[in-house]
Write a protein that binds this ligand. Structure first.
Ligand SMILES: Cc1cc2nc3c(=O)[nH]c(=O)nc-3n(C[C@H](O)[C@H](O)[C@H](O)COP(=O)(O)OP(=O)(O)OC[C@H]3O[C@@H](n4cnc5c(N)ncnc54)[C@H](O)[C@@H]3O)c2cc1C
Length: 367
């Protein structure tokens, strides 16, 4: 990538696009700041420091409570707040209006990050089309670097390098937005759990700015009458003490037992949850909200129990930092067994029922 001729025209992305700063849209639901917003403050702060610019966070909700201060403690230099009683629940038009109005009329960041949540997946392309930008979705790594455009012989420096799995997830692509128009931010989304939220520092100070978009009555044409959250919602696995994850061989019966094991642990007062490998999710045995790994959630529980999971690098990426790994597998040579602190070599169909029985009679893995 640093291979360009000496006479190449050098330009900084922010100069080419008349933009400056890094911005994170921090999503709120029911008065709570979502973790993905906290997590994005990590790469947001890192890139802002690297570029020598400020980090702004944006909140859009009916009541933001202490979220502005939370974001400042996590690294924001400024928090822009859009509040209105009609913003209690996410609807596309007013959120798009608020964000794009701010971007077009007040502050033009060179990088804009959002969570790849249901809201983020709806909002990001809408905003992108209003400000003439492109979006790289579901990024797993965000950094800045230079790009050489062979046709125009131009090197653009300080550009967003958005890394994401590609080509049926067999490759990792690095996508950079080419600055062709006067202004457009480089936009990227990341799934929850991909980045680790930075440590909060309550002594940090920052500015809080209220912003009132130029609302149109049409923005509020859609009225939310009722909100019902179903089982497809994200399951927070980050704080669990024990996670029992199943692989594809578990099938429906095995996952029923894994669920029973986590419920038995819960009944003994242990914060336990169940999860799955991607192969098991793809086979329909578990929702994607419970997937562990590179393209799922990243977890570090005190105990991670891998049931019939081989230990592919993409799975290990999401759980290798667990304090203790216990595996149940028929193959003693597989990566997961080799990386475990303890392993039971055997068929999960024989092993799981006896563990459930032990837990029901009081065994809690030493927790
Ligand atoms: C870009 C990309 C991103 C990816 N992201 C993820 C991700 O986020 N998360 C993820 O998990 N995967 C991800 N994958 C897929 C990953 O490469 C593997 O295909 C997947 O993790 C394998 O799942 P598994 O361990 O359930 O299945 P397998 O690899 O098939 O392993 C099954 C294991 O079960 C054992 N077994 C079989 N029968 C029994 C039995 N009766 N009792 C006990 N043990 C038994 C076998 O010995 C084996 O070790 C990704 C792949 C790519 C290319």
């Amino acid at each position: 990538m640093s291979d360009w001729p000496e006479d190449a025209l050098m330009q900084r992305f922010s100069e080419a696009t008349s933009s400056e700063g890094v911005m994170v849209f921090a999503e709120m639901v029911d008065g709570e700041l979502l973790n993905v917003g906290r997590e994005l403050m990590g790469p947001g702060r890192e890139m802002a420091d690297q570029l020598g610019v400020s980090l702004t966070a944006m909140l859009i909700h009916h009541d933001v409570g202490s979220a502005p201060q939370d974001l400042i403690s996590l690294g924001a230099d400024k928090v822009v707040v859009v509040t209105d009683p009609r913003l209690e629940h996410f609807t596309t038009l007013p959120y798009t209006r608020a964000l794009s109005d701010y971007l077009m009329n007040v502050h033009r960041p060179e990088i804009l990050l959002m969570g790849a949540t249901t809201t983020g997946r709806d909002l990001a392309p809408r905003v992108a089309s209003r400000v003439d930008a492109g979006v790289t979705a579901d990024c797993t790594k965000l950094s800045v670097g230079p790009f050489y455009h062979r046709k125009t012989k131009t090197v653009t420096t300080h550009m967003l390098e958005a890394h994401r799995p590609s080509f049926g997830e067999s490759k990792l692509a690095c996508i950079m937005s080419n600055p062709q128009q006067l202004w457009a931010p480089a936009m990227a989304t990341a799934r929850p759990g991909i980045f680790v939220a930075p440590d909060s520092d309550s002594s940090r100070t920052g500015e809080v700015e209220d912003f009132t978009p130029s609302w149109s009555e049409k923005d509020f044409d859609v009225e939310v009458i009722d909100v019902r959250r179903g089982g497809g919602e994200r399951v927070e696995l980050g704080h669990c003490k024990i996670i029992i994850a199943g692989g594809i061989p578990c099938g429906q019966t095995g996952f029923r037992e894994i669920h029973e094991l986590s419920e038995s642990l819960k009944s003994k007062g242990i914060d336990a949850e169940w999860a799955a490998s991607r192969a098991a999710v793809d086979a329909g045995y578990a929702p994607s909200t419970r997937q562990i790994g590179q393209t799922g959630q990243s977890v570090r529980p005190p105990i991670y129990i891998a049931v019939a999971i081989s230990g592919a690098p993409q799975h290990m990426a999401g759980m290798k930092d667990s304090a203790r790994i216990i595996s149940i597998n028929t193959d003693e040579n597989c990566t997961m067994v080799q990386s475990s602190d303890a392993a039971i070599i055997g068929d999960y169909r024989e092993v799981l029922p006896s563990i459930i029985e032990k837990v029901q009679s009081g065994f809690t893995f030493g927790l």
